[in-house]
Write a protein that binds this ligand. Structure first.
Ligand SMILES: [Zn+2]
Ligand SMILES: [Zn+2]
Length: 362
């Protein structure tokens, strides 16, 4: 009997090793629906490799992104900080070159990028969609950003609350970039952090909102769930191409998925909500109560709070789930609109998205 058990457990071990091997390349999609005129891409525009202070080889970033269901990534190693320069090339094109074939095979959009890394002020900026990253090897910060723009790059200010006495302040240097139209966006979220002030500035100054990981270590996630996911940027593109991605970023068609919420503007969170939430016609009307199903086609749990007169005080729509909703005190079976606030769809700091649930006649 003991021998049988040993044989059995050996087989189980072999089987699980084999299954793990086969699962290596499995992609788990992230679910956010397309909008009526746009395709929704899931993107991370800020990450590091061993070519600066990250811990992985460039191709590992591509493998991680594929596994986790991303559509576009950018390797943004520091221009000014290369702790492994004794061992590795300081050619700023190199990380991209090493991973470009893998990205192509996996159909990931893979623009070239770097992180311009200065003390505060001015701080850290990503320049993406570069043609020749090595042109940015100059000490003068304004000259770097100018050269990036001459290459048609998209430039955004990273984690603006980092670091030093002037952290978190908008200063003359940002005004200079902004007035020249050389600054196109800001990170409103970086890893676990959310920056309400950047959120506010993006709304006021028409800058693109971005959310990225800024990951340095390996990302061991195999799947993405509502409770465990990368901080990422949803980009609403006309075409899923490099040009389409850049056009959408420059036109500010983004939303940020950060922890248990989406961050953005009403302009893009409203259609994303409408595409995600499907309200079914009520299937039962009894004792002045309506029963209906509401589907959530996104990977974010949606939390609704009543803002009008009718309907439950709160409605929770689990990610990728169907919720059974009961509406009491309905005198007659007529169509109605229920008004709510999607409290975790932030259209400004501490401001949820107002939404209407249209209920048809049963
Ligand atoms: Zn940085
Ligand atoms: Zn970084």
């Amino acid at each position: 009997m003991k021998k049988l058990c040993t044989i059995f457990s050996t087989w189980m071990l072999l089987f699980s090793l084999l299954a793990r091997g086969l699962a290596e390349d499995v992609r788990h999609e992230i679910h956010f629906p397309n909008l009526p005129d746009y395709k929704t891409l899931k993107c991370d525009f800020h990450m590091h490799t061993v070519f600066s202070d990250g811990q992985v080889w460039p191709t590992v970033r591509v493998a991680e992104a594929w596994r986790q269901g991303l559509d576009a990534i950018v390797l943004t190693d520091h221009v000014e900080y290369q702790p492994h320069k004794e061992d590795l090339s300081t050619n700023l094109q190199r990380p991209w070159e090493l991973a470009a074939d893998e990205a192509k095979k996996k159909k990931l959009l893979f623009p070239r990028g770097v992180e311009i890394t200065k003390d505060t002020p001015p701080g850290h900026y990503n320049a993406i969609f570069l043609k020749d990253a090595n042109q940015l090897k100059t000490k003068d910060f304004v000259e770097q950003v100018k050269r990036a723009n001459e290459q048609g790059a998209f430039v955004f200010w990273n984690h603006h609350t980092w670091k030093g006495a002037d952290k978190g302040r908008w200063q003359d240097v940002q005004t200079l970039l902004y007035d020249n139209k050389w600054l196109h966006g800001m990170e409103v979220a970086n890893g676990s952090e959310y920056y309400p002030e950047a959120h506010k500035w993006c709304l006021e100054k028409n800058l693109t909102m971005l959310g990225n990981t800024d990951i340095h270590e390996p990302d061991l996630r195999r799947t993405t769930t509502a409770g465990d996911h990368r901080t990422l940027t949803l980009v609403f593109v006309k075409e899923p191409t490099l040009d389409g991605l850049k056009e959408a970023l420059k036109q500010r068609r983004t939303a940020v998925w950060h922890k248990d919420r989406l961050i953005g503007s009403k302009e893009w969170l409203a259609p994303l909500f409408d595409a995600s939430v499907i309200v079914e016609r009520p299937h039962l009307y009894a004792n002045k109560t309506l029963w209906l199903k509401i589907h959530n086609r996104s990977d974010v749990d949606i939390r609704l709070k009543k803002s009008g007169g009718r309907g439950p005080t709160e409605i929770f729509l689990a990610a990728d789930g169907t919720s059974l909703v009961q509406i009491a005190d309905v005198p007659s079976a007529e169509p109605m609109d229920l008004t709510y606030t999607a409290v975790n769809f932030l259209i400004a700091p501490k401001t949820g998205l107002p939404v209407t649930l249209h209920i048809e006649k049963p």
